[in-house]
Write a protein of this length. Structure first.
Lengths: 110, 236
């Protein structure tokens, strides 16, 4: 198996090769990635965050003011129109991916 | 009376609800979540369970099921809708009830009998409950901690929308009687129009004395009485 991979690498750019990224992600497949971070609102009791915080303190980590446990969502998208994607995902975050009553979200598109 | 009990993937109190209404002498049928019409139902029950595996948030996916549009329309026309446990979560997610339900204060799933106090008796869900009666009802949930922001809570209080609160056997609203950390011990609320209500406890699981508890009958019985009254008023 190792031998095959070795041969393959002779004419195929490796995972960390700078040639590979522009060639495949930009030219052949135009795509974007949205990163959404959902966190509980400050006013909402976050027992998970509190439990993690006390566990960290128990382990000896000092100076921890607060821990908030949230969610991270990664959405892969076709195309390259970031503005349109942002508009659509902003709506989706508000309507579905987060609950504005209890959660805040941050949306990044790259 | 005809009751429609919604059925989502991973609903698990749907059969209990149907059984409870049939035991009380009424007709009840299951309605698959892909249906777009409620047919001739007089009232809608959204049962407990773990619709869509509780993915993302409890009730977050179920609220977009086709049947929920029909339920929304039904409620807009004044139809009676009761959400139990996961049904309560779905109604909150759908914005048909104020607030939201989050993880229990102690992160534990609570499956036990609790006491609830009824605050207002002028709704279709509480009219037959004897005044001063403390109901003993089962709960079974991991995410039943009711939350609403301050403005919403004020509104709930002014409009008498907090129908049920967790209490001890004597009716005192103590922190220890609150199984999940709900704001103000809230166990169930209704909407402003008072035709949609939701509660975390399971009245449908406590409707027969053979099960050791039939206090749930007061809640389901109220709903039946309200519908019967509505029908008589219509016929007159």
């Amino acid at each position: 198996m190792a031998q095959v991979t070795g041969k393959f690498n002779l004419y195929w750019p490796g995972r960390n090769c700078s040639l590979r990224r522009p060639l495949f992600s930009k030219i052949l497949f135009e795509c974007m990635k949205a990163k959404i971070i959902v966190t509980p609102k400050k006013a909402v009791v976050d027992p998970q965050g509190k439990t993690v915080q006390s566990a960290l303190e128990h382990m000896g980590y000092r100076g921890i003011k607060a821990v908030h446990v949230g969610k991270y969502l990664e959405v892969e998208l076709d195309g390259s129109d970031k503005e349109a994607a942002r508009k659509a995902l902003d709506e989706a975050c508000h309507k579905f991916l987060s609950n504005p009553v209890i959660e805040d979200y941050k949306l990044e598109i790259e | 009376m005809k009751f429609a009990v919604l059925q989502f993937p991973a609903s698990n109190c749907d059969q209990d609800s149907v059984h409870a209404f049939r035991t009380l002498g009424h007709s009840a049928r299951l309605l698959w979540h892909k249906e777009t019409s409620l047919g001739d139902a007089d009232a809608v029950i959204i049962p407990g369970g773990f619709s869509y595996g509780d993915y993302l948030r409890t009730g977050a996916i179920a609220r977009f099921s086709p049947v929920m549009q029909a339920v929304q329309k039904f409620a807009d026309n004044g139809g009676l809708v009761l959400g139990i446990c996961n049904g309560f979560q779905i109604l909150c997610e759908a914005g048909m009830l104020p607030g939201a339900l989050v993880r229990n204060r102690d992160l534990q799933f609570h499956c036990e009998q609790v006491f609830i106090k009824t605050n207002h008796f002028d709704t279709a869900f509480t009219n037959k409950i004897p005044r001063d009666k403390i109901l003993k009802v089962p709960i079974a949930h991991g995410e039943g901690c009711y939350f609403a922001d301050e403005a919403t809570l004020e509104k709930l209080k002014t409009n008498n929308q907090i129908l049920w609160q967790y209490c001890d056997a004597k009716g005192n609203l103590t922190p220890t009687a609150n199984p999940n950390g709900s704001l103000n011990n809230i166990a169930g609320v209704c909407n402003e129009r008072r035709n949609v209500a939701g509660l975390m406890p399971h009245p449908e699981r406590a409707c027969e004395s053979i099960l050791g508890n039939d206090d749930g009958k007061w809640i389901l019985g109220s709903l039946i009485a309200a519908l019967e009254e509505k029908r008589t008023a219509k016929a007159a």
